[in-house]
Design a protein around this ligand. Sequence first.
Ligand SMILES: C[S@@+](CC[C@H](N)C(=O)[O-])C[C@H]1O[C@@H](n2cnc3c(N)ncnc32)[C@H](O)[C@@H]1O
Length: 324
Amino acid sequence: MAIGDKPEPHTHAHSHMWLVGALSLIAGLVLLIYVPTLPAVSRTLLLFAGFHLVGALVLGGSLYIVAGARIMRRLGGRRSAKFDFGWHPAWTYGPWVAALVFAAAAVAVQVAAPMWWPLAMVALLFAASFFAGGTITRSSGRYASAVLPMTEFISAGEGLLLDAGCGAGRTTVALGRALKRARIIALDRFGSDYIEDGGRPLLEHNLRIAGLTNRVEIRQGDIMALPFENACLDGAVSVHAVDHLGSQTERGLREIFRVLKPGAPFLLVVWAPGWTMFAVANVLALSLASPRTWRRRTKQAGFTIGDEGTFNGHWFVALKKPEA
Ligand SMILES: C[S@@+](CC[C@H](N)C(=O)[O-])C[C@H]1O[C@@H](n2cnc3c(N)ncnc32)[C@H](O)[C@@H]1O
């Protein structure tokens, strides 16, 4: 891919999460209006009131997901001196709302049609899985999880590093704090609908708090057409960005390879199938590429593979552009 070629349309890997809000709105209405009218439910005051309560909670949750949180944040401004990586409601509260819906559905099925108990069990399993997924997703937004494995691998340290797909700067902050003398280019197209305002205002906020503004240059750009000359960077990191490129993944990897100097390291972190991702995304986790596929892709792009492993449920691989 030459610089200047027209980039492919963007893929929005998390856009479907807005569906969570819309679907739970429907589920909330069903739990609030329809389920309490079922004879088996309406006979018991506790169940009758319980379903109204859960329905109202789900409804409130989905409204908050779709718009409420955003409005409140706008009204309140961003006066906080805390890191904010933009992991916001649509996809962090979504799994919890789904857990509530599935738990309520399990109770409704069990009460209204006891002979369908296996279905109630399956709904309960989904509820448990969504609850675990929601908890994991929420915890990934904290600063404590802004930890990169293997930063010593990048620790040639004084050069110019790229954080490709930096988002709101979770990885940039981790990198900047681990490698005190490195200069970093935080690149993103800043157009994601799942990070508030595309991430750039949050990135600026987080870099200020981390005291990194003098060492980090923010660039708007596309991983698939990086705005850099060949072989000009001393290292790169990309966390949960290359796996957002869909059918253009190989192209993104080749671009990163192109801009690295011979011998330069590239730390790649992607979502990979496993129990953690199953908890977070349920059946969607089955569509994730395996480490084997990632090894093949990165080799095809020209990298040599060093260490690899998992941390916090993610898969990382330490790659290198071979010496010329
Ligand atoms: C899940 S976020 C990860 C952000 C950050 N690396 C982190 O771990 O917190 C993925 C980011 O990749 C960016 N991204 C996806 N495709 C991109 C592309 N083709 N070019 C530049 N950035 C891209 C998105 O805009 C988004 O900010």
